[in-house]
Write a protein that binds this ligand. Structure first.
Ligand SMILES: NC(=O)c1ccc[n+]([C@@H]2O[C@H](COP(=O)([O-])OP(=O)(O)OC[C@H]3O[C@@H](n4cnc5c(N)ncnc54)[C@H](O)[C@@H]3O)[C@@H](O)[C@H]2O)c1
Ligand SMILES: O=C(O)C(=O)C[C@@H](O)[C@H](O)[C@H](O)COP(=O)(O)O
Ligand SMILES: [Zn+2]
Length: 368
């Protein structure tokens, strides 16, 4: 079993990674001194429910007051409607301040169930049991949120889980699209903090089919390691945590403008990252290894253009709603080189021009 310790100002906890851990959730709670609860609410989505929920529930003693709530799969569940239904259900079921919530699923479930836990009775404990590759990012660090139709993650909190239990075996049922989506955040972690890791990834990952167990575990542990280091330094995004937003200013705008769920989060972030890298080249008069990145991304099946139908002014207006925007000025995470990251204001004029060019010409040629 690999363990990554997450230490933040508000909370310290372990991320444990191994195959088969879903059968040992109760034991792991006890080992981590979270065995003293009055009841348990497992929040999951319809896909994960049919695959794994009964096994997680079966890891608890028979007399446990344990309930399961199932929400529709997909980004649309990060909504006020679903949030409200879960709060009402928690109350009906008699959850109290000694209850715990288990988020069993991908990032949608982690963000949603985490926000339910953060706000129910002003906060009850919660555990992350991630089931997607992407959730190596979402289950760690305590950002929990729901969306408004106009903007992603706009209503939420910083609220850390007590424990993250990562059963790598559960990832084996993921469709290829979800591997691709999750891997975009892995690449992001390489670009912002770990060039060696990025190089290792380009050498070891050329397909998502049957990634060997040791490669998968290495990907998770190293990628979570980057996130852990950043979150330790800056839990509430006052400084370096913003670097974890590389690719997200445009990525979130693409998700919202297309309609949630049309493009997976990581796929949108991959496009946003390429955009941020080309913009970095233009702004700082530098060369970044974008052409190699494009070849690799295409080999892995990523879309590497801004989706059809999206207009520059529409994307710009949406990017303005990003949480990094200050006094109406868009701030973006850009690179001066790999591992040398900067959060900087980008003018509306430059963004409009760059979006217009990217939509028309794509990303293959430098913009300089
Ligand atoms: N809080 C954070 O720091 C953070 C970080 C990154 C992303 N996010 C958020 O995470 C969300 C995306 O998460 P996601 O990509 O995991 O999406 P998701 O939770 O919607 O899961 C993707 C799809 O895979 C299915 N699925 C999940 N586990 C499965 C399994 N083991 N086998 C088969 N199918 C499975 C789900 O039912 C869903 O259809 C976005 O809302 C994004 O904003 C949050
Ligand atoms: O943990 C962080 O910080 C991140 O930015 C990780 C991102 O991958 C993630 O998508 C996050 O939810 C985006 O945060 P937001 O503050 O831009 O909503
Ligand atoms: Zn993300």
């Amino acid at each position: 079993m690999s363990t990554v310790r997450i230490t933040t100002k508000s909370q310290s906890y372990d991320v444990v990674v191994q195959t088969g851990l879903r059968h040992h959730v109760y034991d792991l709670l006890k080992q981590n001194e979270i065995g003293n609860y009055s009841s348990v609410l497992v929040i999951t989505d319809e896909h994960v429910y049919s695959l794994y929920a009964s096994e997680v529930v079966a890891s608890f003693p028979e007399d446990t007051r344990i309930y399961t709530e199932v929400v529709p799969a997909g980004e649309a569940s990060k909504s006020f409607d679903v949030f409200k239904r879960l709060q009402e259900r928690a109350l009906e079921l008699g959850l109290d301040r000694h209850s715990i919530i288990i988020a069993l699923g991908g990032g949608v479930i982690g963000d949603l169930a985490g926000f339910v836990a953060a706000s129910y009775m002003r906060g009850i404990r919660f555990i992350q049991v991630p089931t997607t590759l992407l959730a190596h990012d979402s289950s760690v660090g305590g950002k929990v949120a729901i969306n408004l139709p106009q903007a992603k993650n706009i209503v939420g909190a910083f609220y850390q889980p007590e424990l993250v239990i990562y059963d790598t075996e559960m990832l084996r049922s993921l469709p290829e699209l979800e591997w691709r989506s999750g891997f975009a955040e892995v690449i992001k972690h390489g670009f912002i903090r770990d060039q060696q890791f990025l190089k290792w990834l380009t050498e070891h990952v050329h397909s998502f089919v049957d990634l060997p167990d040791d490669v998968l575990e290495e990907i998770l542990v190293r990628s979570i390691g980057v996130k852990a280091a950043i979150v330790k330094e800056d839990e509430r995004e006052q400084s370096v945590r913003a670097f974890l937003n590389l690719g997200h200013t445009l990525g979130h705008a693409i998700e919202a403008e297309l309609g949630y769920g049309k493009l997976a989060h990581g796929e949108a972030v991959a496009i946003g990252m390429i955009f941020a890298l080309r913009l970095s080249e233009q702004k700082f008069k530098i060369d970044l290894p974008i052409n190699q990145l494009l070849v690799w991304l295409r080999q892995l099946g990523y879309q590497t253009t801004i989706p059809n139908g999206l207009k520059p002014h529409q994307l710009l207006a949406s990017m303005k709603k990003d949480k990094k925007t200050t006094s109406g000025h868009i701030r973006m995470v850009l690179l001066k080189e790999v591992e040398d990251v900067i959060l900087t204001e980008v003018s509306d004029e430059l963004l409009f021009q760059s979006l217009t060019y990217a939509i028309k010409e794509g990303f293959d040629d430098p913009w300089n």
